[in-house]
Design a protein around this ligand. Structure first.
Ligand SMILES: [Zn+2]
Ligand SMILES: [Zn+2]
Length: 295
């Protein structure tokens, strides 16, 4: 039995007073055993929060009690791990930093359900699937045949779209972790003249819950202390990345503990310990190392 749940959610909706709501959220969560991150902006809410079953179900009811959030979709993942140790609530300009200020949400692409995406694959449909996440996310997991842009921040999306010019008249499917980035990513593509764009509804989280061991390959990067979710049980679909040191298949990452380096590398647990969480001997001998050892 899993003891805890992580829920992630977002909704684009006009919020009059994000600061007020931020205070409310922080106080409520601290009182009710909820940890995680919630972002608020005038354009909406996004979050990923963690707690035991009871706390999570209370939180869902609480958030849905606000008229503007009564239909919000919570994507749930049961877990035994501690996903967050703190509660952060922040007011931002955008609920996901995109830099796509001119992009209109009403232009967002139609949603493709996990079943529909599965059918695209199974019927051999001619389509181009594009990962809207960062390189270190797609490095350890992606949809079969996906284009995986080597970007380090979603703000670089326009550059990715430029590079896809040759597919302008093809069927395009975009995906991200929970769907939030694709709302704007797909809108931007349509605005740039792409003809037939879809986004995976509810993102990877939604797909792997329904169809593990199919067309998702490897692990899914998450922005909390779990770091990675491994949805597949078929040996050949478990890992797509290899340890930087020993080449063993793994989905784990470290940030090099030399703060002057901070490079992200794929690294198995054994090599992580052996190399003191560093990417090289040089970094291991640095005097400017992180004091805390993360799992
Ligand atoms: Zn290794
Ligand atoms: Zn290093």
């Amino acid at each position: 039995m899993n003891k805890y749940k992580v829920i992630s959610f977002y909704k684009y909706i006009e919020i009059q007073n994000p600061e007020g709501l931020a205070n409310e959220q922080l106080n409520w969560c601290l009182k009710n055993g909820i940890l995680g991150k919630v972002y608020l902006a005038k354009e909406g809410i996004s979050g990923s929060v963690f707690g035991n079953d009871e706390a999570i179900s209370k939180y869902k009811n609480h958030l849905r009690s606000f008229k503007i959030f009564e239909d919000i979709w919570f994507k749930e993942t049961p877990t035994n791990q501690i996903a967050f140790k703190k509660m952060h609530v922040r007011v931002k300009d955008e609920i996901v930093n995109s830099g796509l200020k001119e992009t209109k949400l009403e232009n967002t692409a139609p949603k493709l359900t996990p079943e529909q995406l599965l059918r695209f694959y199974e019927t051999g449909k001619d389509f181009v699937i594009v990962d809207a996440r960062n390189w270190y996310e797609s490095k350890i997991g992606k949809f079969k045949n996906a284009i995986t842009p080597q970007i380090t921040h979603f703000r670089e999306w326009p550059k990715v779209v430029d590079s896809l010019e040759e597919y302008k008249n093809k069927t395009i499917v975009t995906y991200c972790t929970g769907g939030i980035r694709c709302e704007k990513a797909s809108a931007y593509m349509l605005e740039q003249g792409f003809k037939d764009v879809y986004q995976v509804d509810g993102g990877i989280i939604n797909y792997i819950q329904q169809f593990p061991d199919t067309y998702w390959e490897g692990g899914m990067f998450v922005f909390d202390d779990r770091k990675v979710i491994e949805p597949n049980t078929k040996e050949e679909l478990k890992y797509i990345a290899n340890c930087h040191f020993c080449n063993k298949p793994t989905s784990y990452f470290i940030n090099c503990h030399n703060l002057d380096c901070d490079k992200i590398i794929v690294c198995c647990h054994e090599c992580k310990a052996e190399n003191e969480y560093c990417c090289s001997d040089e970094c291991r001998l640095s005097s400017n190392k992180r004091k805390v050892f993360y799992e």
